[in-house]
Design a protein around this ligand. Structure first.
Ligand code: SF4
Length: 173
């Protein structure tokens, strides 16, 4: 077993077998959140044994960012404010998983990156007004990403695979 896996295991501790998880959405249509919500219909009991849903706005009104084990992050980063939030999430989690094509590749949320020069000029006032970044970023351009779940919306199969990897990494389940 790799040393970093052993260290993560030790941090979680013997009596504390659940992964503190967070689910976050940035610029996107949030369809992967809908997929996740639908999956909860069938997997809630099983996942409730391995996850503590610490920061999941679709499930709770009070959420805590500090001390997450894993953060699932959907969407691309289009503004300085969102970049700041993403950096904050990265600082507060041990593993970060990019969820869906927008988070993994930037697109389709990043389609303005490919606008013609004329169109870029046309949207410039909006970019300034809403303090957007000049380009839209995929997550791994700004922070370290540990796992990726591609697909638009996310691939359920890949999501299950990543959950198995996380269970192994943290020694839970
Ligand atoms: S990857 Fe697809 S489904 Fe997910 S947020 Fe982007 S556009 Fe929506």
């Amino acid at each position: 077993m790799r040393v970093d896996k052993i260290m993560v295991k030790k941090k979680i501790g013997e009596g504390e077998k659940k992964l503190k998880m967070g689910w976050f959405s940035f610029s996107c249509c949030e369809d992967s959140t809908i997929v996740f919500t639908e999956l909860l219909n069938d997997h809630f009991e099983e996942w409730n044994r391995i996850f503590e849903f610490q920061h999941v706005r679709i499930l709770r009104s009070k959420n805590k960012l500090e001390g997450l084990d894993v953060a699932f992050v959907e969407g691309a980063i289009a503004s300085k404010a969102d970049e700041k939030k993403l950096l904050e999430i990265r600082k507060n989690c041990k593993k970060l998983v990019a969820i869906g094509s927008c988070a993994v590749t930037g697109g389709p949320a990043a389609q303005r990156n490919d606008f013609s020069k004329e169109l870029q000029k046309e949207i410039e006032p909006l970019i300034k007004k809403f303090r957007m970044h000049k380009k839209v970023y995929r997550l791994d351009e700004l922070v370290r990403v540990d796992y990726k779940v591609p697909g638009c919306p996310m691939s359920e199969e890949k999501f299950f695979e990543v959950i198995e990897k996380l269970k192994e990494d943290f020694g839970v389940g």
